[in-house]
Design a binder for this molecule. Sequence first.
Ligand SMILES: Nc1ncnc2c1ncn2[C@@H]1O[C@H](COP(=O)(O)OP(=O)(O)OP(=O)(O)O)[C@@H](O)[C@H]1O
Ligand SMILES: [Mg+2]
Length: 563
Amino acid sequence: MERNYRKLWWQHCLAIICFSVIPLLFVNFFFYTLFDRIYTEKIKENLRSSAENQRDSIDLFFNERIAQLFTVANTNTFEELTNETYLNKVFDIMHAKSNSYMDIGIIDNEGNHVSYVGPYYSLLKAVNYKNEPWFNAVKANGIYISDIFKGYRKAPHCIIAVMVREKSTSWILRVTINLKNIDDIVQKAWLGHFSDAFLINKANQLQTRPRFGGDFLETPSLPEFTTASLNRPTYPDFSSIVVTKVERRVLHGTDAFYAATPISNTKWVLVIKESPEELLTPLQKGKYWAIFLTTLGLAIIATGAALFTNALINRIKETDRENAANADMLLQANKMIALSKMAAGIAHEVNNPLAAIAEKAGWMKDLLAEEDLAASKNFAEFDESVDKIEQHVDRARKIIHNLLGFARRMEPAKEKISVNNLLEETTGFLENEAKYVNIGFTKQYAENVPVITSDLSQIQQVVLNLLNNAIDAIDHDGTITVSTRYSEKTDEVEIAIADTGKGISENELNKIFDPFFTTKEVGKGTGLGLSISYSIIEKLGGKIRVQSKVGEGTVFTILLPKQ
Ligand SMILES: Nc1ncnc2c1ncn2[C@@H]1O[C@H](COP(=O)(O)OP(=O)(O)OP(=O)(O)O)[C@@H](O)[C@H]1O
Ligand SMILES: [Mg+2]
């Protein structure tokens, strides 16, 4: 049965592709996921350390300010500081090193603003803070850092106040922080072009102005973990565990990385917001590379699979062809064996009756020769009939002879033969006969044809069969070309007998070697010539092939091994 090579091709090709592509995709996917995870972790780690650095800076800033305030409060008396000229001098010194303060004020135990240096003199000088929440907080704790609030001055500001006990009374030193200092620290957390960082208080109100939208004391929308779950220790409880949280969240359709860390000595939380698009650009690039390399790998695998499958299928086709040819040969050989057995049987059975008929016919002929019978009026017809009987018996004998020749399994002789000489001799038998019907012989013998070891008379029989067929096919007017060739590569001698006869149709081509196949009229051909020739050549270890074109001619080729 004919194989479906196309289907086989696809099956093979797809199998190879599947088996190589699946692991490739799997490995790529695995590495990409791993890379993605590691990279995202790295980003989070960076964010965390950035947040913690800025938090520490803010903590340090406040600690330094508090220390400075205590120093000022403890190295100067209430008396001295209520003198505004003196206070101004002190403020100048405090201000000399850093630009951290907006103003300074001294408040007595009753909440009276006893002295003040700063831009809001007229507004704040007469104020009594007794009922302000921070006033009581500082009295209770000794120190107070406020959130951002507007207060009397109606502008966002943040104060630090420390309480000083002096003899039997106590007073308060209060400064306003220059918010720019805090802003500067917070802004250092901006890593990229789309980074944002800001502080929020316990009520989630903005304590610094964000980079993109929002103002002091507004409540920005933030993921819950930045606002609620953080542990927010308050001064002086430094021992509390301070946690920094980093997450990636989508809020109102905006995807972002958030880092949140509480500031120790305020009640604030530092929030950093980063754009994943910006941070993940290298990852995106990695993704494109992975896609590119995977596609390239796929292309290489597909091409390789196609080429490999092509080679494989070609090889299978070739093997199939060889197998088919072998099967044909085997079939032919089997037919021959079966037939030769049958032929031997028939020949044996028919020979005896034929001998008897021939004998009786001879006897009848002798009797007919006697005088009185010769005078009979039907003598001529009797005589003719007996002749016909003898003629047909003869023919039958010939067939039997051929059949026996075919059936006889003679061991071929091993003699040295010059193929060219053999052909020259054999054509000689027929040349004259052919000349009558205007058929010429052309001979093209190769000079390098070696002497071979084979059976001369059997080869001669084959050549005669082929030449006779050629003459029959031409009928009259034509050429028979007999040629030889020697192939060193295969060590075979090739005899070709080409005629310009009527040719053989494709349909008949695979039947001509069958015994009894003939296209000749009844009585003219037995149809055994080629099948006998085939079995002879096969026995001699050679091959016989035919090529033909209807109307142009036929070439029979015999290949004989040298030994
Ligand atoms: N050279 C040829 N050109 C055209 N047809 C051929 C040729 N040789 C053989 N054939 C065809 O093959 C058939 C079988 O040939 P084969 O020699 O076996 O039998 P035959 O020639 O018919 O009979 P026989 O050989 O017994 O006289 C022929 O009848 C003929 O049709
Ligand atoms: Mg013949």
